[in-house]
Design a binder for this molecule. Structure first.
Ligand code: FAD
Length: 230
């Protein structure tokens, strides 16, 4: 496996070339990375026994790969007979930034940042590589937690499947701003139009009722309360 850096520009392939609303495409790898860093749940699309299956699952990333793990991912990714990765998968990560409320229903839309990644995932087999994949996943969702929580035992590691998907073939689509019908004949209708922004934030940590008294939430968890997610 080579460790050369991926290009900072996303080169469209036959699969990732936007056909509709091409002007919303971004070819900046930094935009892809920002979208991935703003979330931790992806939707993983795969063909299982001839049928499409789209599975929500958590992910992490480094400079080259997206990592997914667990039994859900493994059922959808692993060919039951050969224990091998089936074929190409498509992963999406979506952030909704608001509703776009136009004068006409036809022009209604959504402000969003969305990434789609295509590739053939690689199952990690080496213990060190698997552990690193799990560290990346854990730190992606909750920075600081890998050092705080108990790490996987060898037995737990053996029971966990981790896949790496290259971030090489990806597309990014972003919509921002006002409705598109402000300069159309519908502008004369006298209807309100605009955007209804949407943000999500982390709440205050809620202690497990099973916790003995005196154990307080660590700083890296407390610090997230009130911060934006997505
Ligand atoms: C939250 C949200 C809501 C949406 N709602 C609608 C809706 O109601 N109706 C509607 O028509 N469209 C909607 N879209 C846009 C939709 O995702 C597609 O981009 C659009 O429908 C074009 O689909 P297509 O199959 O013609 O894409 P094509 O342009 O043919 O797709 C070609 C390639 O472009 C890339 N691509 C396409 N869409 C995206 C994307 N969203 N993000 C990143 N890469 C992409 C992929 O690599 C894909 O393989 C929505 C998007 C988001 C994020």
């Amino acid at each position: 496996m080579t460790h050369t850096e991926l290009p900072r520009t996303l080169a469209p392939t036959e699969r990732t070339r936007l056909r509709r609303m091409k002007e919303k495409a971004s070819f900046e790898r930094s935009d892809l990375e920002a979208i991935l860093d703003a979330g931790f749940v992806c939707h993983l699309g795969v063909i299982v026994d001839g049928d499409p299956m789209v599975v929500p699952t958590v992910y992490g990333r480094d400079e080259r790969n997206l990592y997914v793990h667990g039994s859900v991912a493994s059922r959808s990714l692993v060919n039951a007979e050969g224990d091998d990765v089936d074929a190409t998968i498509c992963v999406t990560v979506t952030h909704v930034d608001g509703l776009v409320l136009a004068r006409s229903v036809f022009e209604h839309g959504v402000n969003y940042r969305c990434a789609m990644i295509y590739g053939t995932p690689r199952r990690l087999v080496d213990d060190a590589e698997k552990t690193e994949g799990l560290r990346i996943l854990t730190e992606h969702a909750t920075p600081g937690q890998w050092d705080y929580a108990r790490r996987p035992t060898r037995k737990e590691l053996a029971a966990t499947t981790v896949f790496a998907l290259s971030l090489e073939e990806a597309s990014v689509k972003i919509r921002t701003g006002a409705p598109d019908d402000g300069d159309s004949p519908d502008a004369a209708l006298g209807l309100w139009a605009g955007t209804l922004p949407l943000t999500s934030r982390w709440g205050a940590p809620t202690a497990d009722p099973a916790l003995p008294s005196g154990i307080t939430a660590p700083a890296h968890i407390v610090a997230r309360a009130g911060t934006r997610q997505g």
